[in-house]
Design a protein around this ligand. Sequence first.
Ligand code: 16G
Ligand code: MG
Length: 551
Amino acid sequence: MPPSSLRVVYAFAREMHPKTSDVFIEYGTAGFRTKANLLEHVVYRMGLLAVIRSRVKNGRTIGMMITASHNLEPDNGVKLVDPDGEMLEESWESIATTLANVSDNDLEKTVQEIIATEKADMALKASVFIGMDTRYTSPRLAAAAANGVIALKGTPKEFGIVTTPMLHFFVKCRNDNTYGTPTEEGYYEKIVGAFKNIRKRLPARGDYNPRLYVDGANGVGGKKLKAIKKNLTELELELFNLGGVGEKLNLGCGADHVKVTQSPPKGITHPPFQRVASVDGDGDRIVYYYLDEQQKMYLLDGDRIATLIASYIQELLQACNATDISLGIVQTAYANGASTKYIQETLKVPVEFVKTGVKHLHHAAKTYDIGVYFEANGHGTVLYSDKAKKTINRISQEGDPTERKAAQLFLDFIDLTNETVGDAISDLFIVEAILCARGWSAVQWMELYDDLPCRQLKVTVKDRSVIKTTDAERICSEPEELQLKINELVAKYTNGRSFARPSGTEDIVRVYAEAETRQQADLLAAEVAQAVFDLAGGAGTRPELPAAPEL
Ligand code: 16G
Ligand code: MG
């Protein structure tokens, strides 16, 4: 592009999407995320960057998703999706951060530097897919994104309101047409179609009840399930928190609320033992729960989903006699110790730990023929290697009749999976298909193992970067005395485990603790929170200890 036309770009940027704030903003765990009113210039500039990235990738399509996931309504965010539908390559995160923070005057120079350093051929075509969540600030930001794309002569395609995983899926399909069709219909056809195929092979049986209640977090996931429900006879969906008048996104509801507070969402009533699935605001996380007659809550989180899926895949592999396919599970420090023990001792499947954040889990899961990854918070999926797909495909044609039947079912499970990223809708159908296959109620699913009670707390410190971690965030390497103190506290409790890590999305330190009883887990978490406050520069009020349990 000749420099004169680029000049127009920067004049336009200053005019239409000026940088109005000096607050430093960083491309974090899941892109930029902050108050929506600080984001317009950031999103415009990410439009520019997406075009450059598309050209660096030979004109393949890049995705841009406008969302702040489970954050409350006033926030928003943007993240880029790479051509294979995965999260933006880590080395580009710092490029994105630089571009987002330069002054309007330095924008031109910075863009040209990126183009030169990354050797982008600006004569190539560039294509960018844009999606947004249901926030009222999203349309304005999506328009700024499209303006950025157009400014560098890329072609934007706007999908309107879609879940984050749908956008990832569209990008993957656009660049690899064997994966599916890059439209909302194409997504339903593949994912819901696979579920219908599975249910044809596996009619409801045993204690499986096809009635499922869903908490839609007042976001996009619930809305899409409402559309799916119209043509779905295999599941009886009862949908709640669909974002009606006065219903606020993620407020007191959604997967994050249910997982962190360990309490049911508001706006939903259901009979005892009824399975409820709770998705998050942009539809990339899911947890299940049910209540007993005394209203005691039983949470089936990402760890439970991972173990359910892995145990079923193990069964399918055995039924297909696919002995040379390796299966592995990836977890983070937040995984309940009981789930890890179950994976190692009962399933006897290798388990690996990585840092929090989908990109780390996704990357590690790719090293297995079949890699199951889940964060305890309900974000996860299954990755099937080409080797696994080819082997199962071959068995579906050449195996003996039992093997063929198992392999055909397995192929539907692969189609049911959105392999680009964790997907609440795809995961919901996977869980339902497995429960149906086993004839299980949620109670039977819960009986696989007993969770250790756990608690999460937040601590405010002056500078959270003083805390450094190692060993997949399970050990605090700095300040040194903090880990010594955590060891000392943990040693007091049966089956105690605790860690502290700086959040990648909020200006706080997160503390996690688990122990043999609820009271002990609560106390250990509070004690570690106090230690963080005392040894890592606490700010504001010192966390309080709950009443001491009997040890
Ligand atoms: C983001 C991550 C999620 C992670 C969470 C941790 C993606 C798509 N999302 O939401 O995986 O669990 O951040 O937040 O990567 P934290 O660093 O504030 O605890
Ligand atoms: Mg989300």
